[in-house]
Structures are given as C-alpha cells and as structure tokens.
Design a protein around this ligand. Structure first.
Ligand code: UDP
Ligand code: MG
Length: 319
C-alpha cells in the first residue's frame, strides 16, 4: 500500500508556535492512521530554516520524545521557498505523499482529510485554496489578490488564493525535482508539473502564536521573484514602448512639417523635438530586442524539463 504521509513544515523562529502546532498535527495524523487512510510510519517533518531562537531545540526534543516527529536543519536562513523545497526533496524517497503547510496553523488542519481522500481518488496534486482572506490585514489581502491577477496577466499560471498548503504525490515531487532553477517560486512551478489535480477549500485563520515572518519587504521580493522567474513580458513591454515612441515621433514629424509650412515655428524646435522622440524610440526598441535575446538565454539557462512522463506503456523501457 502506498500510503505513507509526510507533513513538511518550514519553520523560521517559530518557538512560540511549534509546541501547539506539533500537538494539533499529531492528533490529526493519529486520527488518520486510526482511520487506516495513511500508514503507521507517517511522519511530521519540521524544517528549521536557520532560526536564531529555540526552534531547532524544540524540534530535537519533539523527535526524541516521539518517533512521529522528525526534522531537517538548514545551515542558514534560506527563505521559506527553499526550506520547503528542501523538505519536499528530502521526503520524496521516504513518503508516498507529502503535505506542505506553515508552522503557524493558519492553514486548516482539517483540510488534510480531504486532501488525503483526493490522493486516494487518484490525484497527484491537491491544492489548498483560501475561501476567504478575512483573517489577513486589508493591505495583505489587497496586495495578494492584485499580485495573483498581475502574475496571471504576465503569463505565469498561479492558482488564485493558493499559497503553499498542498499535497503532492511522490511522482509529482520527483517531477518538481527536475526543475533546477535557483530562483524558486513554487506556486508558479507546481501547476506546470501537470498530472491529475484537485482543490480543497478552507478558511484561513489568524496567526495566534508568534509573528508573521513575511514582512512587506519579503512579500515584495517574493512577488518580484515570481514575476521575473516566469515571464519575459516586462522586456516585451520595453519593446512596445519603443515602437509607440517611434510612431509618435512620426506624427510629430508630420505635425512639425505642417507648422513649418504654416510658418509657425521657432528655429531649431522641430529638429530637436523629432530627434528626441526618434532616438528615444530607437534606443528603447533596441534595448527591447536585445532583451528578447537575453530573455531567451534566461529561459534556456533554467533547463526546465521539456516534458514529464505520466505513464509509459512499454515496460522494458529503462532510462
Ligand atoms: N518561513 C521560513 N523562512 C523564512 C520565513 C518564513 O521557513 O525566511 C516559514 C515560517 O516559519 C512559516 C511559513 O514560512 O512556517 C510562512 O510564514 P508566515 O506564517 O510568517 O507568513 P504569512 O502567513 O504571514 O504570510
Ligand atoms: Mg502564516
């Protein structure tokens, strides 16, 4: 039976939240084991992301007291996305399905049941979607919603109101491992993996213990990473502005010629204005064209997989 579950939890200075999170999750996992939905050797894996408080000591204590808990300790603070990836990649050989969630219990642990049910009905990826964002501050809610829309406009297919609370099967994580990029934005990459997937809806709670580790600066840098990792459209916008500015210079040329014929001119004005617009337009367009090539090189250097195989009917096939 392929039913070993790992719950991966990145933790950065979460000493206040961890004991409670461990307690609540333990109950949930034990219930699921009791129901026979997951195997007895399922585990909760905390990834310590270079915390400067007692987080790692708490993880050590938990794992000593109860074999249900295990941990990974990163050598330094590498950020939420990297800590999460470390947990996923390290768990993939031990688990059949992995659920990732935050350490602060904002994501609803009761949604885990439905995720596991969906795994059993054949899904490789189950996304947790926030029904409402009432618990988030107005600024966080508005900026996040704007960001999801903006990302999709720019061509990166993120899932609206889904953060990193999701279930992935072993083979989905193996496929994720084929994405070798360093600038990691999991919410953009996971939907690219494909396979059968489904959604589970839940209400996101307020953070009860500890403080948010995502100040506005980290949020902005995540958003910027998300956009620049998935889209070369900003480069295309430069080319577009260049073309517009060239077109405008053409109209300026006609306009100034008309003015010249009408005798309404100050000497030197026409040539100055037209050359500003023409040269400006040409420079922008040239940057845009060079940018197109840089963008292509950028996409190539990521060495993303060109395809992921779901089934292979030829049994003799060995890679
Ligand atoms: N986190 C991390 N490394 C960091 C920042 C955050 O591992 O550099 C973890 C954090 O411990 C938590 C999760 O990422 O488990 C989400 O962070 P948080 O709850 O503070 O973000 P918010 O919910 O406020 O967006
Ligand atoms: Mg949180």
């Amino acid at each position: 039976m392929k039913n070993r579950l790992y719950v991966v939890i990145p933790c950065y200075n979460e000493q206040d939240a961890l004991p409670q999170t461990a307690k609540v999750l333990k109950k949930k996992i034990c219930d699921l084991i009791g129901l026979g939905k997951i195997s007895k050797n399922s585990k909760i894996c905390f990834v310590n992301d270079g915390s400067s408080d007692e987080t790692w000591e708490i993880i050590l204590r938990l794992s000593r007291e109860d074999p249900l808990f295990t941990g990974l300790n990163l050598s330094a603070n590498r950020g939420h996305q990297n800590a999460l990836l470390a947990g996923l990649i390290r768990s993939k050989n031990k688990a059949d399905m992995v659920i990732s969630m935050d350490a602060d219990l904002q994501d609803d642990v009761d949604a885990i049941d439905e995720m596991v049910d969906k795994y059993w009905s054949g899904c490789d990826i189950v996304y947790g979607i926030r029904k409402s964002r009432k618990s988030d501050s107005r600024l966080k809610r508005l900026s996040a919603e704007f960001f999801y829309r903006f990302m999709n406009k720019l061509g990166a297919k993120t899932i609206f109101n889904h953060a990193d609370f999701r279930l992935m099967s072993k083979r989905a994580i193996e496929a994720l491992g084929q994405f070798k990029e360093v600038n990691l934005f999991l919410r953009g990459i996971v939907p690219m993996i494909g396979f059968k997937s489904d959604y589970v809806y839940y209400s996101r709670k307020k953070r009860e213990l500890g403080e948010s580790k995502y100040p506005i600066s980290k949020m902005l840098s995540l958003a910027f990473d998300g956009i620049t990792s998935f889209s070369i459209r900003p480069i295309r916008i430069i080319s577009l502005i260049g073309i517009l500015s060239l077109a405008l210079s053409f109209f300026m040329l006609i306009y100034t010629l008309c003015m010249f014929i009408a005798g309404n001119v100050v000497w030197g004005w026409a040539s100055t204005v037209i050359s500003i617009w023409t040269i400006g337009g040409l420079v922008l367009l040239s940057i845009g064209i060079v940018g197109e090539y840089v963008g292509k090189i950028y996409m190539e250097t990521k060495r993303r997989p060109r395809f992921i195989i779901q089934d292979d009917l030829d049994e003799n096939y060995k890679e």
